[in-house]
Design a protein around this ligand. Structure first.
Ligand SMILES: C[S@@+](CC[C@H](N)C(=O)[O-])C[C@H]1O[C@@H](n2cnc3c(N)ncnc32)[C@H](O)[C@@H]1O
Length: 212
């Protein structure tokens, strides 16, 4: 019998606490098999530290743990998180409050692709664990690039055994990439190969795109 599929939005709406626990209470399994989750934010922190007092867009901010981390560990002056799951937004607001950084954060309920940012742009953007659920990755990267003035960091899952296991388990559509596609998507969005750094992490890659 084929399983019932659902959109990523409702999939994540039911899993805000579960996902947050990858950071808050990581199990041995998480540390061994989900190390990419930690590797990708380490890259984002490294890049954001090079932009003193950066304003940040956390696209697909989920439980907000990484948004808070950029304030606390990368010297960001303000982080705007956006997520299309209400449960994730509520969770992120609670995390920011409990970490006393609520005045430096704002969490918006919305779709990265369609939200009206009213002309606002950000020094630094990140989309970690989001392209896995994004059908039109070209449109997504073009949008992120347009919203960012300095640099953006994005994670990209690869195909392989882990992706096959996830496809078996997850009830929302999942997408994967290869290096050629990643470079082409950036090139179409105006990021040349010279301005793109690709780093291998467990389960895929993380890219750093420099806009200047
Ligand atoms: C796997 S979670 C990752 C959360 C966070 N970036 C992290 O790394 O901890 C993916 C999140 O992206 C959100 N998401 C996916 N596509 C989105 C879109 N187009 N607009 C807003 N949120 C999106 C989902 O609702 C989910 O909360």
């Amino acid at each position: 019998m084929s399983k019932q599929m659902e959109p990523a939005q409702s999939y994540w709406d039911a899993r805000s606490a579960l996902f947050a626990n990858y950071y808050i209470k990581p199990s041995l399994f998480d540390r061994m098999f989900r190390s990419g989750v930690y590797g990708r934010v380490a890259e984002a922190i490294k890049c954001c530290r090079d932009i003193p007092g950066a304003t940040v867009l956390d696209a697909g901010s989920g439980p907000g743990i990484n948004s808070v981390s950029l304030i606390k560990n990368a010297g960001a002056s303000h982080v705007t998180g956006i997520d299309f799951s209400q449960q994730m937004v509520d969770f992120a607001e609670k995390v920011a409050k409990s970490e006393n950084v609520d005045v430096k954060t704002k969490f918006i309920l919305g779709d990265v692709l369609t939200h009206n940012f009213a002309g606002q742009v950000f020094d630094f953007s990140m989309a970690l664990g989001v392209l896995d659920y994004t059908e039109d990755s070209q449109q997504f990267i073009t949008r992120i690039s347009a919203l960012t003035t300095n640099a953006f960091v994005v994670s990209w899952p690869e195909n392989g055994i882990r992706m096959r296991l996830r496809r078996h388990r997850y009830t929302c559509p999942l997408f994967h990439y290869d290096l050629e596609q990643i470079q082409k998507i950036h090139a179409i969005s105006g990021i040349s190969a010279a301005n793109l750094r690709v780093t291998k992490i467990a389960g895929g890659w993380v890219t750093t795109a420099k806009k200047r």
